[in-house]
Design a protein around this ligand. Structure first.
Ligand code: NAD
Length: 715
């Protein structure tokens, strides 16, 4: 856990060395060991100074999220964090110089251990990052980070690190005063030791700046004019950005304001309370579960069928060099895989490659990529109109027009060229995979790989398993998704699969609200307040109201008498067929898109969908009711997906929603939110909504049974 040694000159080295892990992490065990080692060094008269170091390639990656996620006893947690503060203060005031040798990445609790030393020297490693990622998981730097960093760097420089979790390189950390020196890789311990020896020789008591006489906060404290201005602006920006859904950045701001208005010890006591509050909050539990553990499981391919040897890819085929095809080609080339980009003509294929060049050129212009690197990537993309070029592809993905016949045609032409065991994948967004596989001579090798737009950027791939798709095809497809650095979720075939189906309910609920007479500005604002990245009407414009209309017509044709018309279908039909307002692409949808200014809601909407207001002029529906509908309509559809076994596990739903359509992480995901409410409470709310607004809110049996048995979705 920790190596302790004492040399001839009285310098103790306390070295973090977490057993059986590639990284050092801070948890009750390692913190306990650190406390023992430091107390021993402080108490031993033979020890004159201390160097804190790491035996791994990085210093300390952060805290143990499993431990934080599982903490439920607030009093016990608060006591343990207060004891940690006491230790750090004992080190700071112990009279012996303590230097941290940061050999690599130093994040979260690791950075706090370092800030609790008198001196910090970092190795100049290009990969090393320094900072506090806690806020991104609903937490705050709770071992003194909110107090020590702004006292070192000033509130302004500390804000992006603490409140946004920004990670910086050693040179920048030195510039803002977070570390004292940057040295050549490998020299950091020598440099730390040299500083300790100098400090011993000086005979002066080593003190942190805040314990020194006449200490002033760099740039001024909270009650200076500059400080007040900064805090006011930060507070306003935060509310605008988060609609108060995320307690962590708010608590961090409070820690900075309240803590810096007093002395360090009171500041630490203030931080301990806010930290305990966050650790106990459902928000941090939700974010840790979905964003950390869920994502980790998905990326480790936890659900990959066993017994299939891992597949490495050298050559991939891409049919259709349009928006999706070009983006998928970019992701594939970036992963070092050669890609044949095929379209109906050489010209069309070239256009896809040109798109890649254009996107990468922007990176080159920003200095994020060299021109040679770009040429190297482009060399991997082979544009063509000749199917013979697909020979040797281990996997071919089609992203041609969304037409069954065209997809069937390219499937046949491709299978005539590729090997028997090659995989054929469709990037369809709406057509069931099992149906498309009918065109294939090898349906066991046929699968859905549903990318999101823009494909070169979006991190999720929804893998759709058709009735005949084999386990080997699934496993090998998952290997490809990981090879290009994306996160896979696996779902079974169904109309709209999982993501489009549930995401669609959010858009259609917004349209239903419009038909009911809720003012459109309120609907879209409610979406943002619910935590969604874009309001439902604005989103309908983006994906195009025409598409909503087309999908409704297609579904109607497919289902016949079983089809139940929805409010959204009527609204879409009116907008598209009657008013010719197709969405953003036609320059007119729920919004107008003037060439010379920002978009704004179409002034004619009120005439088409008259707002219903109460006698006092306020909207007939409360904001809370609208938010609840926009959120629960997604949750209830997700439970149906679980019930129908479209989804294989709740965590897939949550990871897929957050990565796929920006579902608010503070709720954990559509299932995470039901877990937060509890099944019984969720059923009660759905019953009420179903009574008022119809059976789309009816609680599925799965949820009712869980409520009756007192079960939860997650431990
Ligand atoms: P697009 O119109 O931009 O591109 C389609 C490309 O396919 C065009 O370049 C076209 O020339 C080419 N093509 C048409 N017929 C062909 C054929 N027979 N052989 C070879 N190439 C042919 O469309 P897109 O937005 O890239 O969508 C493509 C597919 O991806 C569709 O199935 C769509 O449903 C799906 N998809 C789209 C999105 C999205 O947001 N756009 C998201 C996920 C999935």
């Amino acid at each position: 856990m920790l190596n302790y040694s004492l040399d001839a000159e009285g310098i103790a080295t306390v070295e973090f060395d977490y057993p059986d892990k590639s990284q050092n992490i801070l948890n009750a065990k390692s913190m306990g060991a650190y406390a023992d080692a430091m107390q021993k060094a402080l108490a031993d008269p033979a020890v004159k100074g201390i160097v804190v170091a790491s035996a791994k390639k990085d210093f300390i990656a952060g805290g143990d999220l499993a431990e934080l996620g599982a903490a439920t006893d607030a009093a016990a947690f608060h006591a343990s964090i207060s004891a940690w503060h006491k230790l750090m203060r004992a080190i700071e005031l112990g009279g012996k110089p303590v230097a941290a040798a940061l050999n690599g990445t130093t994040l979260g609790g690791g950075m706090e251990v370092a800030l609790g030393c008198h001196y910090r020297v970092a190795a100049d490693s290009p990969k090393a990052r320094f900072g506090f990622p806690e806020v991104t998981l609903g937490l705050l730097p709770g071992a003194g980070g909110t107090q020590r960093l702004p006292r070192l760097a000033g509130m302004m420089a500390a804000a992006p690190l603490l409140m946004e979790g920004k990670r910086i390189k050693a040179a920048e950390a030195q510039k803002i005063g977070m570390i004292h020196a940057v040295v050549k890789v490998g020299d950091e311990r020598t440099a730390a030791r040299a500083w300790v020896l100098d400090a011993i020789a000086s005979g002066a008591k080593p003190l942190q700046p805040w314990d020194s006489k006449g200490f002033k906060i760099p740039g001024g404290g909270p009650s200076t004019p500059g400080g007040m201005q900064m805090l006011m602006a930060a507070n306003a920006m935060l509310r605008e950005k988060t609609c108060d859904n995320y307690p962590a950045p708010k608590h961090i701001l409070s820690c900075v304001y309240e803590g810096l208005s007093t002395n360090i010890d009171t500041g630490l006591a203030i931080e301990a309370r806010y930290f305990t509050n966050l650790v106990m909050s459902p928000v941090s539990k939700n974010m840790i579960r979905s964003l950390f553990f869920g994502m980790q499981e998905a990326n480790k391919l936890a659900s990959r069928p066993a017994g299939v040897p891992p597949q490495k890819y050298a050559k991939i085929g891409m049919l259709g060099a349009g928006m999706m095809g070009a983006g998928i080609a970019m992701s594939t080339a970036t992963a070092g895989i050669a890609i044949v980009l095929l379209d109906t003509t050489q010209e069309a294929a070239d256009k896809g490659k040109d798109y890649a060049r254009k996107q990468w050129s922007k990176q080159v212009a920003k200095g994020r990529m060299t021109a040679e690197a770009m040429e190297g990537l482009l060399a991997r993309i082979h544009p063509t109109a000749d199917y013979a070029d697909l020979k040797g592809c281990e996997l071919v993905i089609e992203a041609v027009f969304e037409k069954r016949e065209i997809k069937a045609d390219v499937t046949k032409k491709t299978e005539a060229v590729i090997a028997e065991d090659s995989i054929f994948a469709s990037n369809t967004s709406t057509l069931p995979i099992t149906g498309l596989a009918e065109a294939s001579a090898r349906p066991a090798n046929f699968i859905g790989l549903h990318f999101f737009s823009p494909a070169e950027k979006m991190p999720l791939v929804e893998i759709i398993v058709g009735k005949q798709t084999s386990d080997a095809t699934l496993a090998r497809s998952m290997d490809y998704v990981r090879a290009i650095g994306k996160t896979p979720i696996v779902v079974n075939d169904s109309r709209g699969f999982y993501t489009s189906r549930v995401f669609g309910t959010y858009v259609s609920e917004g349209m239903a609200l419009l038909e009911e007479g809720v003012p459109p500005a309120l609907i879209d604002k409610a979406g943002l307040i619910a935590g969604m990245p874009v309001g439902p009407l604005a989103l309908a414009d983006e994906v195009s109201i025409e598409l909503v209309h087309k999908i409704a017509q297609q579904t109607k044709a497919d289902l016949g008498a079983a089809y139940v018309e929805r409010a959204a279908d009527r609204v879409a039909a009116k907008m598209v067929a009657e008013l010719g307002r197709l969405g953003r692409k036609s320059g007119a949808g729920f919004y107008d898109y003037p060439a010379d200014g920002p978009k704004h809601l179409w002034s004619g909407l009120a005439g088409q969908f008259p707002p219903r207001v109460d006698a006092d002029g306020t909207a007939a529906l409360s904001l809370d009711e609208i938010v609840e509908r926009l959120i629960l309509v997604q949750s209830v559809e997700t439970v149906r997906c679980l019930e129908e076994k479209v989804l294989r596990a709740p965590i897939d739903a949550d990871v897929g929603a957050i990565l796929g359509w920006g579902y608010p992480p503070f709720r954990g995901g559509p299932i995470g939110w039901l877990h937060t409410l509890g099944a019984a409470q969720a059923v009660a709310r759905l019953d009420r909504l179903a009574e008022h607004y119809g059976p789309r809110f009816a609680a599925p049996k799965l949820l009712r049974d869980m409520a009756a048995r007192g079960e939860r979705f997650y431990p």
